[in-house]
Design a protein around this ligand. Sequence first.
Ligand SMILES: N[C@@H](CCC(=O)N[C@@H](CS)C(=O)NCC(=O)O)C(=O)O
Length: 155
Amino acid sequence: MEDVVVYGVPFSSYTWSARMALKEKGVEFQMVESQPHTQLQNELYPFGKVPAFRHGEFTLFETTAIMRYVDEAFEGPALQPETPAERAQMDQWMSAVNDVYYDAMIRRLVLERLAPMIFERDPDELKIKSALPDIEHQLDILDRRSSRPCLLFLG
Ligand SMILES: N[C@@H](CCC(=O)N[C@@H](CS)C(=O)NCC(=O)O)C(=O)O
């Protein structure tokens, strides 16, 4: 098999998504630890974010593009639903996660809570506090739209 490589930060949620798609598909790959905005990452992803992906000579950035490519380019169990309606719902939720959920859950809560480790500064407690009602609302919507309830521990 040609080289399959994910370039990213192990704890990054988007890097996890790319790796999970490869794992679910049963594709062997190498994980190269690469921080955002380094020379390597800027070469692979014009805006320097993680993850980036390489399959032989072919490179990609943007997690949904990577996951869709992984599903369609390799043998293994299908990761996407078959019907147009179900695929559209998949796109709808991935887009909502990118556009809405990521900001509150990751930027304003998780990254802020991990600020001492990542940015070497104190967490911005006001930012975290402002994220909590938004997250509660977002998870409530997921609960109402999904057959699997979300567990919420915001206390
Ligand atoms: N739209 C991108 C978002 C990727 C992203 O935001 N990655 C974060 C880590 S989880 C990152 O690189 N952050 C650094 C930055 O935004 O400068 C994708 O879907 O791959």
